[in-house]
Design a protein around this ligand. Structure first.
Ligand SMILES: CNc1ncnc2c1ncn2[C@@H]1O[C@H](COP(=O)(O)OP(=O)(O)OP(=O)(O)O)[C@@H](O)[C@H]1O
Length: 202
C-alpha cells in the first residue's frame, strides 16, 4: 500500500496496492468540482470493441463508450444508456475500475469515470454521430487465427495514460487510478503530468 492517499481516490484507498505510477509532476493538481462519467468496454470472441471519437472530449482518439451521468440515473444505468446510444448494443456490464482524471481547465473540474466491462453483447454494432465502433484483437497476434484478421489494440491512439491500466481491464483485475494532464502550450494539447494506478487487494 502507498502511504500517500491520492486525492480523488480516498474511498477504499487503504485497499489499493500500487500497480504503476509516474510522470514529472511532484504534486497533484487542485480541483474544485467533480463530474461523473462512465466508460464501457465490450469483449467478444477474443476481441474488444473500441470507438473512434468523432467529436467532443477525446476527439480522434479510440476509447470505450460512455459519457456524463445524468440526474436521476445510476452510473450503471448511464453506462448502459451511453453504450446503446453510441454503439447500438446492450451488454451485461460489470464495474471493473475507477479513473479519476484531471485535465487542466479554467473551472478546475475533475472527472470521476466509472469503468465497466461487458462480456458478450446483444444487438447490432452501429456507428453513431459520436463514435465509429471497431473490433480489435486482445490475443497475442503471433498465435491467433482471429488476430490475423483483426487489428491489435491501437495503444498509440488511446488517451496517453490508458495503456497503464488496459492490462488490468484485459485481465479483469479491479483497479482505481488517477491521471493529471497539463496544457502544453507549444504542443497545443493536454499532456500527461502525473499518474498513479492501484489494484484492489480485497
Ligand atoms: C485520461 N483521460 C481519459 N481517459 C479515458 N477516457 C476518458 C478520459 N477522459 C474522458 N474520458 C471518456 O471520454 C468520454 C467523454 O464523453 P463525452 O462525449 O464528453 O460525454 P457525453 O457523451 O455525455 O457528451 P455529449 O454532451 O453527449 O457530447 C467519456 O466516455 C469519458 O469517460
Amino acid at each position: 500500500m502507498s502511504a500517500n492517499v491520492v486525492p480523488g481516490l480516498e474511498k477504499d484507498f487503504h485497499l489499493l496496492q500500487e500497480f504503476v505510477s509516474g510522470g514529472s509532476g511532484s504534486s497533484w493538481m487542485e480541483y474544485t468540482k467533480v463530474k461523473l462519467y462512465t466508460n464501457a468496454f465490450v469483449f467478444h470472441d477474443n476481441k474488444i470493441l473500441l470507438g473512434y471519437k468523432k467529436r467532443g472530449i477525446g476527439m480522434h482518439k479510440y476509447n470505450g463508450f460512455g459519457g456524463k451521468v445524468e440526474a436521476g440515473e445510476t452510473c450503471l444505468e448511464a453506462a448502459a444508456r451511453e453504450l446503446e446510444e453510441e454503439a447500438g448494443i446492450k451488454s451485461s456490464l460489470k464495474h471493473i475500475g475507477v479513473l479519476f482524471f484531471f485535465g487542466e481547465n479554467e473551472d478546475q473540474c475533475a472527472f470521476h469515470i466509472d469503468i465497466y466491462r461487458g462480456d458478450g453483447f446483444e444487438g447490432t454494432v452501429t456507428e453513431s454521430d459520436e463514435m465509429s465502433p471497431q473490433w480489435f484483437s486482445v490475443s497475442d497476434s503471433s498465435n491467433s487465427e482471429t488476430a490475423s484478421h483483426t487489428p491489435p489494440i491501437p495503444y498509440e491512439k488511446l488517451w496517453e495514460t490508458d495503456p497503464h491500466w488496459f492490462p488490468l481491464l484485459l485481465s479483469e483485475t479491479p483497479f482505481r487510478g488517477r491521471a493529471d494532464f497539463r496544457m502544453d502550450k507549444e504542443k497545443g494539447k493536454l499532456v500527461p503530468f502525473k499518474w498513479w494506478y492501484g489494484v484492489c487487494s480485497a
